[in-house]
Design a protein. Structure first.
Length: 277
């Protein structure tokens, strides 16, 4: 079945599941078919009836992302259905949802706890919402910090501990800002990012400089060093992965960069496990 035919079938089925009362409309006269009429969906979504009719019929009609968002809300689509609609209509994922999922799913936490490397989860504005014990030992303990103090972008850009090597810090800032721009371009809640951007413009000269540049980065990975008393310096390479079950969440993993770091991390793991026991 062609994708346009599947899109047509999907929209008709979504429309049929809704009663007028579900969207605040009076029942009206007796209806020959279940669900909302095309003209009702079009009106509620702020579209022309002709345009929506052509779209539902599977014609080569292109709708913008904001229009698809309005249609998703009108049809009361679930997050999975919303993503399905965007995939069929635009052949790409939708922008991140306006209300990001900040619940750490049981499977995600179990995975992090089972790993012998530091791991944490951030949401789209870079706020840390989940971590394992090794993060607390290697980097910082997030558990006593309120949400507004757990923004990883602010921490990396403003914490003096990262400024020991000026050249490395400057390069890190450039890369962080390039990735932050990418996330800002995809968000459905720009006001959250704009608050961070306004603060950083006041507090960071590097941010002022690099925010004006055109560089963007869709994927960010880098190396960093944790200096652990009694263990020594551990060099990590970190990278991030989208969490399929929670749109807007990213899992950051920190793997030892060399054999010396791996041996020191193993010692840190053993110490952490003995404290937990």
């Amino acid at each position: 079945m062609a994708q346009r035919e599947e899109l047509s079938r999907f929209l008709k089925a979504a429309r049929a599941k809704l009663a007028p009362s579900d969207v605040g409309l009076p029942p009206g006269e007796r209806r020959r078919t279940r669900g909302l009429r095309r003209e009702e969906v079009a009106t509620l979504a702020g579209m022309s009836v002709t345009w929506y009719t052509w779209f539902e019929q599977g014609r080569e009609v292109q709708l913008s992302a904001p229009m698809l968002e309005r249609l998703s809300r009108t049809l009361r689509l679930s997050p999975n259905e919303r993503e399905f609609l965007f995939a069929l209509a635009q052949h790409r994922p939708p922008p991140l949802a306006g209300r990001p999922d900040e619940t750490i799913h049981v499977g995600t936490q179990h995975l992090m706890d089972a790993l012998s490397i530091p791991a944490l989860v951030i949401v789209e504005d870079w706020t840390v919402i989940g971590w394992n014990r090794l993060v607390g030992r290697a980097f910082r303990d997030y558990s006593p910090l309120p949400r507004e103090q757990r923004n990883l972008f602010r921490i990396l850009m403003l914490n003096p501990r990262y400024r020991a090597d000026p050249d490395k810090f400057q390069d890190m800032c450039r890369r962080l800002i390039a990735r932050f721009k990418w996330d800002y371009s995809r968000t459905a809640q720009p006001e959250v990012f704009e608050g961070i951007i306004a603060d950083m413009m006041e507090q960071s000269d590097f941010f002022q400089r690099y925010w004006q540049e055109s560089e963007i980065m869709a994927h960010f990975e880098d190396t960093n060093i944790a200096d652990m008393p009694g263990v020594g310096e551990i060099m990590f390479r970190h990278t991030s992965y989208a969490i399929e079950e929670a749109p807007g969440q990213r899992l950051l993993l920190f793997a030892p960069l060399d054999d010396v770091s791996a041996a020191r991390l193993a010692k840190l793991v053993a110490e952490t496990e003995s404290v937990a026991a």
